[in-house]
Design a protein around this ligand. Structure first.
Ligand SMILES: Nc1nc2c(c(=O)[nH]1)N[C@H]1C(S)=C(S)[C@@H](COP(=O)(O)OP(=O)(O)OC[C@H]3O[C@@H](n4cnc5c(=O)[nH]c(N)nc54)[C@H](O)[C@@H]3O)O[C@H]1N2
Ligand SMILES: Nc1nc2c(c(=O)[nH]1)N[C@H]1C(S)=C(S)[C@@H](COP(=O)(O)OP(=O)(O)OC[C@H]3O[C@@H](n4cnc5c(=O)[nH]c(N)nc54)[C@H](O)[C@@H]3O)O[C@H]1N2
Ligand SMILES: [Mo]
Length: 787
C-alpha cells in the first residue's frame, strides 16, 4: 500500500503567518485529519482504524484523557485523536537497516519532527560503549545488559525509572512493583511536569488529588470556567461537552492570555448544523496576563464575601457563623460550617485583596471582573476546568488552592454539576499514578504492597523529574530507564538535561517511535520497541487487553486490533516481566511469568492492593467500565489532615517582569503531541510551514524594535546568570496581553532553567519564563537541531 515517504528534514523552517481562526473543528478539520492519516496509514487502514477509536469493543484513544460519553457517535474521534492514532498505526518502519545507514551522530543532528516521521521501531537495538551505530540485539541480551548495569550500582537508588502517561494500568502496576522490589522509589513521571501542581493542591485541600466531576456534571453545570487550557487543540472532545452544557443553559468563561479558536466558536463535526454554523462557546473572555490567575480568583473571592456581607447586613461578620439562609446567600454557610476548615483565615486574606494589585497582576479591567462576578453569583453549579496554563508557574499550587477556595465558598464541591476539573494530558497519566507510579508513595499503598507480595518496599522518597536530572548530572544516578515518553525533549533546560543523560552508564527506552532521547545517550543505550494501543496483544495465555483510567476516574478496557508493527515487538507488561525475571532472578517473590501470560492475574493483585479496584476483572468486563470512588464527590467526605475541606490563605503572587523583557509561555501547536510533531502548521493560530515563531503583542514588538517578520534569538534570564538561548525565531504579531509572549514547546525548553520550578510540586515553570529578544545575527541555517 502506498504511503508517502517523509519529506527531508525541515529544521530550517520558514513559518508563514495569516489571521488567527475564530472557530475550531468543522469541515477543514475532517479533511485535514484524513489527509494526514492516509499519508501515514494508507486509505484502507485509515478507515478500519479510525472506526475503532473509543468504541466499547475498541481501544482507548492514545490522544488525551478526556472521558467517553455514554452514547457514542459512530465515529467518536476528533481530529487530534485521529492524528495520534495515525502516528502510531503508520506503515513506515525504522528497521535495523535504517540504523545501519544512520550513525547516532547523524541522528542527533536531525530534528525531532524528522525522527518521529521515520515510522515505528521494529527491533530491540543496542548502542555499545564507544559504538557509532545502534545494532540489533536479542531481547534476552538486552535484559542482560540492564541486569549487568544494575548489578554494578552501589545502591538501587542509582537507577531511575521514568514513565510517560500512555502506559496501561497493568504495565504501570508491574513497573512500580519491579522498581520497589529492586529497592527504589525513583519513579519520576511526566505528571511531575504536568498536573503535579494540581495533585499537590487538591490533596492538601480536598484530600484527593483528582478531579471531582464526571462528564454528566459538565452537562448539568450553570457555569464552567475554563482557565489556562486550549481544548480546541488539546482536548477537542471537551468542546462537545461544553456545547452540550451550553444547550442546557450553561455559561462559559474562558480565562486565557490568548483568544483560542476552539473556545471562541466550535463547529461540531458530529452534527450537520454544527458543521456549518458552529456555536459560540465563550460568553466572557478574560484575557488575563500570564500568571495572573491567583489574583483573579482571590478578588472574586473577596467580591463573593462582600456580596454576602451586604446581603446579610453584616459588613464584618464572620460569614460562616452568621447562619443566614444559604439558599440566597452568596456563600454556602451550611457547607462551610459542616465540611470545611480554615475559613476565617482565608476570609481575612480574601477581604484584604487589593484592586490595584489585582489589575496589575491580571491586566483585566474592573468591569470585566465585575461581569465575571455577576455570572458567578448567578450560578448554583460551577465547575472550574484547568490545564497547563495554571500548573506550570512558580505559584501554581497556591493558584489552584485559590480555585479550590473559590469553589468551597459557594459549596461547589460534592454536588451534581459542580466541582474541580483538572483536565489531564496523556491518556493514562492519571491511571499510572493510581497504580503507584509516584516517587513519594503513600505509606498505606506501600503497606498494601508489602502485605500482598511479602517483600518490604523502600520507604524513602525517590527522585521526581527535576531531581532525577540533577542526580544524573551529579553522577548520583547511573541507569536511566524510560517506560515511554521522550525525557530529553520534554524536560526543561535541554542542554543541562542532555549533558546529564550523557553522563549515565546506561539509558534504556521502551518506545514505539524514534525520538531524541534515543540519540542523546549514556555510555551504553538500548531501544526496546513495544506494542501501541492499537495493536493486538497475544501472550501465552491468549489474547490480552489492558485498562486505563480517564481524567474523571472512569476505568475501562482497551483492546488493540491491528497486527503489530513488527513480530519482534513485546508488550509493556511482557517487557517488565522479562526484565524483572532477569534482574531480580530467583530471589523475586513476584510471579512474573504468570503475570506475563495472563493479565487478568495482574488485575487480581491490583484489586487487592489499590482501593476502588475490588472485583476488578468482573467490573471492567462491563461495557464502559466503572467509576472509581471519590470521597469528596460521592459523599462530601474529605480525607485531609484536618478531616475537612481546607480553605487556605497564601499571599498573592504573580510574575515580575523587568523593563524591556517579555514573559514567555511555552505551549503546544495544533500539529503536535507533546514532543511528537505531526506537522509544521498551527492552523487555528494562522501559522503554517514552521514552528520557530514567537507571538508578541504588536506594541511590544514595536517598543522592543523588532518589526513583524524579523528574526530574533530568545534569551532567558534567571538568577543563576547562565545564558540560555533559543536562536532564530520569527516575530509574529499576536493578540496577547502586553508584556506576554508565546512560543512552542519543545523548541523553547532550552530556555526553562532546571531550578525554575513551582513551589511544593517542583513542576518546571514553563509557562512563565522571563526572556529578552535579541536580533538574530547568525544565518537561520545554523539553528539548533534539538527541535
Ligand atoms: N493534540 C494534542 N493533544 C494533547 C497534547 C498535545 O500536545 N497535542 N498534550 C496532552 C498533554 S500531556 C497535556 S498536559 C494537555 C495540555 O493541554 P493545555 O494545557 O491546553 O496545553 P498548552 O498548549 O500547554 O496550553 C496551555 C493554555 O494555557 C494558556 N495559558 C498560558 N499561561 C497561562 C496563564 O498564566 N493563565 C491562564 N489562565 N492561561 C494561560 C495558553 O494560552 C494555552 O491556551 O493536552 C494533552 N492533549
Ligand atoms: N516547555 C515545556 N515543557 C513541557 C511542557 C510544556 O507545556 N512546556 N509540557 C509537559 C507535559 S504536560 C508533559 S505530559 C511532558 C510530556 O513528556 P513525555 O510523556 O515524556 O513526552 P511525549 O512527547 O508525550 O513522548 C512521546 C514518545 O512516547 C513514545 N510512545 C508513544 N506511545 C507509546 C506507547 O504506547 N508506549 C511506549 N512505551 N511509548 C510510547 C514514543 O516513542 C514517542 O516518541 O512534557 C512536559 N514538558
Ligand atoms: Mo501533560
Amino acid at each position: 500500500m502506498a504511503t508517502k515517504p517523509p519529506k527531508g528534514d525541515p529544521v530550517q523552517d520558514a513559518p508563514q503567518v495569516a489571521e488567527p481562526k475564530r472557530a475550531a473543528a468543522g469541515l477543514p478539520a475532517i479533511g485535514h485529519t484524513l489527509r494526514m492519516a492516509q499519508q501515514q496509514m494508507g486509505v484502507r487502514r485509515t478507515a478500519l482504524t479510525l472506526l475503532r477509536v473509543n468504541q466499547k469493543d475498541g481501544f482507548d484513544c492514545p490522544g488525551c484523557a478526556w472521558p467517553e460519553p455514554e452514547h457514542r457517535h459512530k465515529a467518536e474521534f476528533c481530529e487530534n485523536g485521529a492524528k495520534a492514532v495515525a502516528e502510531e498505526a503508520t506503515l513506515r518502519r525504522v528497521t535495523p537497516e535504517f540504523f545501519a545507514a544512520h550513525p547516532v551522530a547523524d541522528l542527533s543532528g536531525r530534528s525531532g519532527y524528522w525522527l518521529g516521521q521515520q515510522g515505528r521501531l521494529t527491533h530491540p537495538m543496542y548502542l555499545p560503549e564507544g559504538g557509532t551505530h545502534y545494532e540489533p540485539v536479542s531481547w534476552e541480551r538486552a535484559f542482560g545488559i540492564v541486569a549487568e548495569e544494575i548489578a554494578a550500582l552501589s545502591s538501587p537508588d542509582e537507577a531511575v525509572f521514568y514513565t510517560s502517561g500512555r502506559t496501561s494500568n497493568e504495565a504501570a502496576f508491574l513497573y512500580q512493583l519491579f522498581a520497589r522490589e529492586l529497592g527504589t522509589n525513583n519513579l519520576p513521571d511526566c505528571s511531575n511536569m504536568c498536573h503535579e501542581s494540581s495533585g499537590s493542591a487538591l490533596v492538601e485541600t480536598l484530600g484527593v488529588g483528582k478531579g471531582s466531576v464526571l462528564l454528566e456534571d459538565l452537562h448539568k453545570a450553570d457555569l464552567i470556567i475554563v482557565a489556562g487550557q486550549n481544548p480546541g487543540t488539546n482536548h477537542p472532545r471537551m468542546l462537545s461537552a461544553l456545547e452540550k452544557a451550553k444547550a442546557g443553559g450553561a455559561k462559559v468563561i474562558s480565562v486565557n492570555p490568548l483568544p483560542e479558536a476552539g473556545l471562541e466558536r466550535f463547529k461540531n463535526p458530529q452534527t450537520p448544523q454544527g458543521l456549518l454554523k458552529g456555536a459560540a462557546l465563550t460568553d466572557l473572555f478574560l484575557q488575563i496576563r500570564i500568571g495572573g490567575d491567583q489574583a483573579l480568583f482571590r478578588i472574586l473571592n473577596k467580591l463573593i464575601l462582600a456580596a454576602h456581607d451586604t446581603a446579610s447586613g453584616a459588613g464584618t461578620a464572620s460569614g460562616a457563623a452568621s447562619g443566614a439562609d444559604s439558599g440566597t446567600s452568596a456563600i454556602d454557610e451550611d457547607f462551610i460550617r459542616e465540611h470545611t476548615h480554615g475559613f476565617e483565615e482565608f476570609a481575612a486574606a480574601a477581604r484584604a485583596a487589593d484592586w490595584d494589585e489585582t489589575l496589575r497582576a491580571t491586566g483585566l479591567s474592573r468591569e470585566e471582573i465585575e461581569q465575571a462576578l455577576g455570572m458567578v453569583l448567578a450560578s448554583r453549579r460551577t465547575i472550574v476546568c484547568w490545564a497547563m496554563g495554571l500548573t506550570q508557574h512558580k505559584h501554581a499550587v497556591p493558584t489552584i488552592r485559590e480555585v479550590v477556595n473559590f469553589l468551597l465558598l459557594r459549596g461547589n464541591i460534592g454536588r451534581p454539576g459542580a466541582g474541580v476539573c483538572p483536565v489531564r494530558g496523556h491518556s493514562n497519566v492519571q491511571g499510572d499514578r493510581t497504580m503507584g507510579i509516584f516517587e513519594r508513595p503513600a505509606p498505606a499503598f506501600l503497606d498494601a504492597l508489602e502485605k500482598e507480595f511479602g517483600f518490604a518496599p523502600p520507604r524513602e522518597h525517590g527522585f521526581d523529574v527535576v531531581r532525577a536530572i540533577r542526580a544524573l548530572r551529579d553522577g548520583e544516578a547511573k541507569v536511566f530507564f524510560a517506560m515511554g515518553g521522550n525525557f530529553v525533549s520534554a524536560s526543561p533546560d535541554t542542554e543541562v538535561t542532555e549533558a546529564a543523560m550523557r553522563r549515565a552508564r546506561l539509558t534504556v527506552h521502551v518506545s514505539t517511535k524514534l525520538n531524541r532521547s534515543h540519540v542523546v545517550t549514556g555510555a551504553r543505550a538500548l531501544i526496546l520497541p513495544t506494542l501501541g494501543r492499537t495493536e493486538r496483544d497475544l501472550q501465552a495465555g491468549g489474547e490480552q487487553f489492558v485498562t486505563v483510567e480517564d481524567s474523571m476516574g472512569m476505568v475501562h478496557a482497551s483492546r488493540g486490533r491491528l497486527a503489530p508493527a513488527s513480530p519482534h515487538l513485546r508488550s509493556e507488561p511482557a517487557i517488565v516481566c522479562g526484565l524483572a525475571r532477569r534482574v531480580l532472578g530467583a530471589e523475586s517473590v513476584v510471579p512474573w511469568e504468570g503475570f506475563e501470560k495472563d493479565y487478568a492475574t495482574i488485575r487480581d493483585r491490583i484489586a487487592r492492593v489499590v482501593p476502588g479496584f475490588e472485583d476488578f476483572n468482573a467490573r471492567v468486563a462491563r461495557p464502559g467500565g466503572f467509576a472509581l470512588p471519590h470521597a469528596p464527590r460521592d459523599e462530601r467526605r474529605f480525607p485531609t489532615v484536618t478531616g475537612k475541606a481546607n480553605f487556605t490563605a497564601a499571599p498573592v503572587e504573580y510574575p515580575e517582569l523587568p523593563e524591556g523583557r517579555l514573559l514567555l509561555q511555552t505551549l503546544r501547536s495544533h500539529d503536535q503531541y507533546n514532543t511528537t510533531i505531526y506537522g509544521l502548521d498551527d492552523r487555528y493560530r494562522g501559522i503554517t510551514g514552521g514552528r520557530r515563531v514567537v507571538l508578541v503583542h504588536p506594541e511590544d514588538a514595536r517598543a522592543l524594535g523588532f518589526p513583524e517578520g524579523s528574526y530574533v534569538d530568545l534569551v532567558s534570564e534567571w538568577k543563576d546568570g547562565v545564558e540560555r538561548r533559543a536562536p532564530g525565531f520569527r516575530v509574529v504579531h499576536y493578540p496577547t496581553p502586553r508584556g506576554c509572549s508565546a512560543a512552542y514547546y519543545p523548541e523553547t525548553n532550552v530556555l526553562v532553567p532546571l531550578d525554575a520550578t513551582a513551589d511544593t510540586s517542583n513542576t518546571p515553570a514553563s509557562k512563565s519564563v522571563v526572556v529578552r529578544l535579541e536580533g538574530h545575527t547568525g544565518s537561520r541555517l545554523e539553528q539548533s537541531a534539538t527541535d
